[in-house]
Design a protein around this ligand. Structure first.
Ligand code: PXG
Length: 460
């Protein structure tokens, strides 16, 4: 492979310099320094190359974000043109610019009609930080300022900043300084792990009813909103039973608690619908977006508001003392606009729904339906999760499932495919432009990695 001109150092040089200066996210830095990170140097379509010239099929769209894959010249051209035209301007001095205006027009043409406004951010974490302030501000404006508490779910993920990690339900993040007051949690609807003897439908309803119990315990007059991912992404690609979302929606409506969907992973075509809440059939009041908004080419996120919330804030709210230097950044907006146009005009979301999505699901069922290591396959669109299991009949999980899944991920890297591990689940979320041949390769290589893991676990 011809490496790009700036890749002119040995891998070890890069690794040593990285170790000397850089703290990575969610890793034991000392262990990583000893091992040396892979140095990724190029991407094209679904493929990545490292500094040793090894090629990988990226089964995770980077970090659930490169909907269009790597190397899209229309996106890089949009960024360059916008940088030449107007590289930066703010939204504070009673000013705006065409890139953000056109992006919003297109965004709302793709969204269901009851959404009308968006607050732009640079990331999903920020979208959820803004969410808390916006929801609380909304209740102040409509005369219920005591409605402040946000309810999230254990094992949910809403970002890594202070309030976003508090909304999330990763206890180890809370323990590392990631908690704030006025946040509560209910259980996740993870039937395979926690459903016991209940049917999925019964379990889904039971989990949803926990929301009602929590609202009554806290007092509905104090609860501002409930936040959840339509399906849990970072927590293991967990799909709730079908009974779950209708019941959650009923409870939120009954107690006048805002229903806040975190669409950071689920948005922009991942499920075959433009937004994951459409796949699950419920109507949130707010949507947190990021990742696929720009296909990850530049950082951008946002909080989408229903007309009800936006109207109150605009008509009665006066000044909302919130704003970021880079809210609606023109270059990010131009890239997002080009990205959404491509997703729409090339029929990519439709293709995921009608063709490649069902194709991937079929491949997964063919490869793993009877696999001794796999107790459950979940997915839709270009999403798939494989649940490792020690005993299928009782859904008994391996005591060392975390290690096994990590091992499987490492085998994947060796085989030239990137899949993600979470506790005892293997996850894939390839770029939405994946062809059938690329999905064949993804599942074939994943199968090899899972088989190698099964041998270690004594299952093959
Ligand atoms: N909400 C959800 C549902 C997410 O998945 C965020 C918010 C935060 O977005 P930012 O842009 O601030 O990172 C995320 C991020 C993983 C993984 O390993 C997933 C995320 C981040 C880091 C790791 O699956 N999602």
């Amino acid at each position: 492979m011809n490496l790009p001109a700036q890749i002119n150092r040995r891998t070890e040089d890069y690794q040593q310099s990285d170790a000397a200066h850089h703290i990575h996210g969610f890793v034991d830095q000392k262990a990583l320094n000893a091992e040396g990170p892979r140095v990724m140097v190029r991407g094209e379509g679904l493929y990545l190359w490292d500094s040793e010239g090894k090629r990988y099929l990226d089964g995770m769209s980077g970090l659930w974000c490169t909907q269009l894959g790597y190397g899209r010249r229309d996106l890089t051209a949009a960024a360059a043109a916008q940088m030449d035209q107007l590289a930066y301007y703010n939204m504070f001095f009673h000013t705006t610019h065409p890139a953000v205006i056109e992006l919003s027009e297109l965004l709302f043409s793709l969204l269901p009609g009851h959404y009308s406004h968006v607050i732009y951010t640079n990331s999903g974490s920020e979208a959820n930080e803004v969410l808390i302030r916006t929801v609380r501000r909304y209740w102040q404006v409509v005369g219920q300022p005591q409605k402040k508490i946000m309810i999230g779910r254990w094992n949910g993920y809403h970002g890594s900043t202070l309030a976003a990690s508090a909304l999330g339900g990763m206890k180890f993040m809370h323990e590392m300084g990631g908690m704030i007051p006025d946040v509560a949690h209910i259980d996740e609807p993870y039937w395979f792990a926690h459903g016991g003897e209940l049917t999925p439908a019964e379990f889904g309803r039971r989990c949803a009813l926990q929301l009602e119990e929590k609202i009554l315990e806290l007092g509905a007059e104090n609860v501002a909103g409930f936040i959840a991912e339509p399906f849990q992404g970072a927590g293991g690609m967990i799909f709730p039973p079908e009974s779950y979302w209708p019941e959650i929606q009923r409870i939120c409506r009954q107690y006048d608690v805002l229903l806040c969907a975190d669409e950071v992973i689920g948005g922009f075509g991942r499920t075959g619908e433009w937004f994951a809440h459409q796949h699950f059939g419920f109507e949130p009041d707010t949507l947190s977006i990021a990742k696929g908004l720009t296909s990850g080419y530049l950082p951008m996120g946002g909080l989408v508001l229903s007309k009800r919330i936006a109207e109150a804030l605009v008509e009665q709210g006066g000044v909302f003392a919130h704003g970021l230097t880079y809210s609606g950044h023109p270059v990010a907006a131009a890239v997002a606009l080009a990205n959404l146009k491509a997703l729409r005009d090339e029929g990519i979301v439709r293709q995921v729904k009608d063709d490649t999505g069902p194709y991937l699901q079929q491949l997964l069922h063919d490869a793993f339906g009877n696999h001794p290591m796999v107790g459950e396959i979940q997915g839709t669109g270009l999403l798939g999760a494989l649940q490792f299991v020690e005993d299928k009949a009782t859904r008994k999980r391996f005591a060392n499932e975390n290690d096994l899944a990590w091992q499987c991920r490492t085998f994947g890297f060796e085989e030239g495919v990137i899949i993600r591990s979470t506790l005892g689940r293997m996850i894939m979320a390839p770029a939405l432009v994946a062809t059938r041949a690329e999905l064949d390769e993804l599942v074939d290589k994943t199968r090899i990695a899972v088989d190698r893991t099964a041998r270690i676990a004594g299952k093959l």
